[in-house]
Write a protein that binds this ligand. Structure first.
Ligand code: HPA
Ligand code: ZN
Length: 355
């Protein structure tokens, strides 16, 4: 759980001239806590897998697919995202997808990645749970050994499906319990409130799994309240609708509850009409433990550093904000205490070298 102290010590913002801010954003060490691995599958790799696995995609070419990435809301994205995942069949496919993401993460100076995966999207097509988890896990192991990226997996339940199906998914994954650190809740939010999954989250809590949930992406503040009080999550994914409820804002600030905010996702899914109108700066300045993340980078126009660069350019945040966001990302991660302290030390050294 994130430390209650706020604000964390940060370097004076004037120490970093505005023209060097992009360089600082790129170079600073950071954690990514909200990335759906199926949302990192680039069209080129998707078409290659479709060819090698003899899967028919409903698009003629990479360009035709990219043209379809014009979304009105979450559901219009999810329809294409689930179609894209249909090319993933073999352990090597899951490995290749995850490895490609981890190489991109390394290039963005990501030290720690906590990666969501959606097993039900694959088991529903007859892919065994073990195939999914083994491929992803092997890529994470190789990344730790050769890229210096510390990666861990979080199993997400699809909230448009039933709680009974979530329990079946948990059962199928439990023989591989040592290969994921927690569970999350994703897919179509409105109409599927967190409390629908109260029992399965309670069971996961008993099992010692970390708990997170998407809430307040498109759904109301009430869904953030129930993720906190019914599911008892340790982080809220998105949570941007919380700013509509002052009592909720106070609760989130008081608990230093991390919010994994995804600026380009919110833009592409029309949660905010323009990045300049995004409320991340308001949330951060209100004392919330906000982090920056890419969500589904192959679909939303950029990986983690692009999210940082574009949201800073649009909102005028400064080096002090950059420090707080990167530090929050480490403090909110589920990595062990010694690793988090080491990365925060690297972050401090990075800022000191810019002063
Ligand atoms: N929201 C909900 N479910 C998802 C998302 C998202 O942004 N990305 C992939 N699954
Ligand atoms: Zn998400």
């Amino acid at each position: 759980m994130i430390a209650p102290a706020f604000p964390p010590s940060s370097p004076p913002a004037h120490a970093v001239p505005a023209e060097r801010l992009p360089e600082l954003l790129r170079r600073m060490p950071k954690a990514e806590l909200h990335i759906h691995i199926e949302g990192s599958l680039e069209p080129e790799l998707m078409f290659e897998m479709a060819r090698r696995n003899d899967v028919q995609l409903p698009y003629a070419s990479v360009d035709a697919l990219r043209t379809a990435y014009d979304f009105d809301n979450l559901q219009s994205f999810l329809d294409i995202y689930y179609a894209g995942a249909s090319v993933l069949l073999h352990e090597q496919d899951f490995y290749d997808m995850c490895w490609a993401y981890l190489e991109r993460a390394r290039a963005d100076n990501v030290r720690r990645a906590e990666i969501f995966f959606d097993p039900q999207t694959h088991t529903a097509r007859g892919v065994p749970m073990r195939t999914v988890i083994d491929g992803l896990h092997r890529a994470c192991e190789d990344a730790r050994a050769t890229l210096g990226v510390d990666a861990a997996l979080i199993l997400c339940f699809l909230r448009h499906l039933s709680e009974e199906e979530a329990f079946e998914t948990l059962e199928a994954a439990l023989p591989l319990r040592d290969r994921f650190i927690g569970v999350g809740l994703d897919s179509s939010e409105v109409g599927h409130p967190p409390e629908k999954f109260a029992r399965v989250f309670a069971r996961c809590r008993e099992l010692g799994l970390h708990l997170v949930a998407h809430a307040g992406e498109e759904g109301p503040p009430a869904y953030v309240w129930s993720a906190l009080d019914v599911l008892r999550v340790e982080r809220i994914d998105h949570g941007v609708q919380s700013s509509k409820d002052p009592a909720l804002m106070q609760r989130l600030a008081q608990d230093r509850m991390p919010l994994t905010v995804c600026p380009l996702s919110n833009l592409k899914l029309c949660v905010f009409p323009q990045l300049a109108q995004h409320n991340i700066r308001e949330l951060l300045d209100a004392g919330l433990a906000v982090t920056v993340n890419s969500d589904d980078p192959a679909y939303f126009g950029g990986y983690l550093n692009t999210n940082y660069l574009e949201i800073f350019a649009a909102t005028g945040m400064d080096a002090g904000h950059a420090y707080r966001l990167a530090r929050n990302s480490f403090e909110a991660s589920f990595a062990d205490e010694a690793s988090r302290a080491r990365w925060i030390g690297e972050l401090d050294a990075c800022f000191a070298s810019f002063a």
